[in-house]
Write a protein that binds this ligand. Structure first.
Ligand SMILES: [Ca+2]
Ligand SMILES: [Ca+2]
Ligand SMILES: [Ca+2]
Ligand SMILES: [Ca+2]
Length: 581
């Protein structure tokens, strides 16, 4: 067997060196590594994802007895981790390959060495899997992360990853002295990429809701925008002033799905910079990707037998709004219709011959920068009253994209914890607020007191809702027919104890210039903390305010937004009307 395999490799190498790419030899040589095991019959239909440090995924489905076989290449398998996805296509935790005691600390090995391995029967409990009998040390990398106990499970097993890691610092140091396994994997925290595990909690960044383990979720954490850059982000809006769990403590899942299940309120935005997909392809970055789509697996809203998701308007572009996403074939569009596409960019790119769940090529052509090639899809799940049953943080999406060479690649992502309610105003100009238009005072100002918006708890958290910390707040002014307009930090006052003000003047800093000083999420309740700020409406609107008659009103959104990710931010907005007295 050995000489045969060596011959294949040599043949493949010679073929590439000769410049004539044939397909059979390289693929036969490439798919030479098998990673297999059995999760048991209770996990029949689970998917085992092999996630590379770069975040691409190779998947294998467990059969009726729970057996899985991943067929891959040595290159793909080296330093990759194994992750479980349940039958609903939701993330179900990491696979530990082996455990090791270093000093007094138990450590978990979670990186493959790139050779074939049979993990045998795995024990699946506590939100992770581990072989009952450890495989040979030559099958995994030395790199180790702290385990919670002698069972060998990583710190974030059984959670969505929002776990504090600082208390494990000493253990992490011990695990760094781990000896068993193949040397050569860089430290887990040295690669700010999707498949790395920045906080060493066992969940790779792409499937971890808190990449750096400080319990400030990725959506709002300014220190992890690099590792979270490719996360899809979520927009939520409501005009219901009672749509906040602290204002309406009886807020039910029916109330939530009434908002999330209605078109126009809720959308998931995929917004991927092409440079993030093809950073290794220096030869022809501009035209490297031919088309891209989102593989939703068994997710009922965008995968499975009868997907319901629709495309929605995205980023100043009307992208076939209302079309079934499962029939959408993508395409090419320039963001600024009055300006030509980036020179050299092939405008026939973007159409997915598979015609399904496609991302379209968005050329942000304003400054003719060749880096301004993005892949976008905006999706409304359209699950009505089922939205909370069928759609949850942890839902796994695999973005698949095809290169000019014909090679298909992938990158794994998930739906992150996000706002499901909007900021809840309790007082306007010091008087109790129960809905209707907000009236400015005689100096043209509006002072509001409001509750933070809520997200749902994730796996391993108690309760139903959490008040979201770390959001950036502001009133967005929407002149009729115009785009979102920020008021700018100069028009806010009375916020010093609770907010840090933006110091810059870019789009996000103008839209939501006040940063909540409380960065971690907290339990929601009617006695939860509130936030206060005063907006100079007259200052924001300008001359049009002065010349307007008494009783004139304008549309605003009180918005809480996350950090700037590629193309935008997670956001939660209460639609409002503000009136001149
Ligand atoms: Ca984490
Ligand atoms: Ca992690
Ligand atoms: Ca993450
Ligand atoms: Ca964090």
């Amino acid at each position: 067997m050995k000489p045969f395999r060596r011959t294949l490799h040599m043949f493949a190498a010679a073929t590439i060196a000769g410049g004539a790419l044939t397909i059979a030899a390289p693929s036969a040589g490439a798919a030479s590594v098998k990673v297999q095991g059995s999760l048991g019959a209770a996990q029949a239909g689970y998917t085992v994802l092999m996630v590379t440090p770069g975040g691409s995924a190779v998947a294998a489905k467990a059969d009726a007895s729970g057996k899985f076989v991943i067929t891959t290449s040595k290159t793909q398998a080296k330093k990759a981790s194994l992750q479980l996805v349940d039958t609903k296509n939701r993330y179900a935790g990491p696979v530990v390959i082996a455990k090791e005691k270093v000093g007094t600390a138990w450590c978990a090995k979670a990186r493959l060495s790139g050779v074939s391995v049979n993990l045998g029967t795995l024990s699946v409990k506590g939100g992770a899997a581990i072989p009952k009998k450890a495989p040979k040390a030559s099958t995994y990398m030395t790199t180790a992360i702290p385990a919670k106990s002698s069972a060998g499970l990583p710190a974030a097993s059984g959670t969505g990853g929002i776990v504090k890691m600082s208390y494990l610092a000493a253990k992490k140091k011990s695990c760094a002295r781990s000896k068993a396994g193949v040397k050569g994997a860089s430290a887990f925290d040295s690669e700010p990429v999707l498949g790395a595990d920045l906080d060493a909690d066992g969940l790779p960044n792409a499937l971890d809701a808190d990449d750096d383990g400080d319990q400030v979720i990725d959506a709002v954490d300014p220190s992890t925008t690099g590792t979270a850059a490719m996360n899809p982000w979520v927009s939520l809006r409501s005009s219901n002033p009672l749509y906040n769990a602290n204002i309406t403590p009886t807020l039910s899942s029916t109330d939530v799905t009434a908002v999330l299940g209605t078109s126009g309120n809720y959308q998931v935005q995929f917004f991927i910079g092409q440079n993030n997909l093809v950073s290794g392809d220096k030869a022809s970055t501009l035209n490297s990707v031919k088309h891209a789509w989102v593989d939703c697996g068994e997710l009922v809203y965008c995968g499975g037998a009868a997907p319901t998701a629709r495309t929605t308007q995205t980023h100043l572009i009307n992208n076939n709004t209302g079309v079934d996403w499962s029939t959408y074939a993508g395409g090419f569009t320039v963001e600024d219709k009055s300006s030509p596409a980036t020179p050299g960019l092939d405008q026939t790119l973007g159409t997915n011959p598979g015609g399904k769940n496609s991302l379209f090529l968005n050329n942000r052509n304003r400054d003719q920068d060749p880096n301004n090639v993005y892949w976008l899809a905006s999706m409304f799940p359209n699950q009505g009253a089922q939205t909370l049953d069928t759609m949850k943080p942890g839902d796994v999406y695999t973005v698949r994209y095809v290169l000019a060479s014909g090679e298909e690649k992938s990158v794994v992502m998930m739906l992150n914890p996000h706002a499901v309610t909007v900021p809840g105003i309790t007082k306007v100009n010091d008087a109790a607020f129960a809905g209707g238009a907000l009236t400015a005072d005689t100096s043209g100002k509006v002072k509001v007191e409001f509750f933070r918006p809520q997200r749902l708890v994730t796996t391993g958290e108690a309760g139903t809702f959490k008040d979201m910390g770390g959001l950036r707040y502001g009133f967005i002014y929407s002149p009729q027919g115009g785009n979102d307009t920020g008021c700018g930090v100069a028009n806010y006052s009375g916020y010093d104890t609770q907010f840090t003000a933006a110091t810059g003047n870019d789009m996000a800093e103008r839209l939501w210039p006040l940063y909540d000083k409380q960065t971690q999420d907290s339990d929601s309740s009617t006695s939860a903390g509130k936030l206060t700020m005063t907006l100079d409406v007259k200052g924001c609107i300008g001359a049009a305010y002065d010349s307007a008659a008494s009783g004139t009103s304008w549309s605003f959104q009180l918005t809480g937004a996350g950090q700037s990710l590629t193309g935008g931010s997670n956001r939660s907005a209460l639609d409002l009307t503000i009136k001149k007295p």
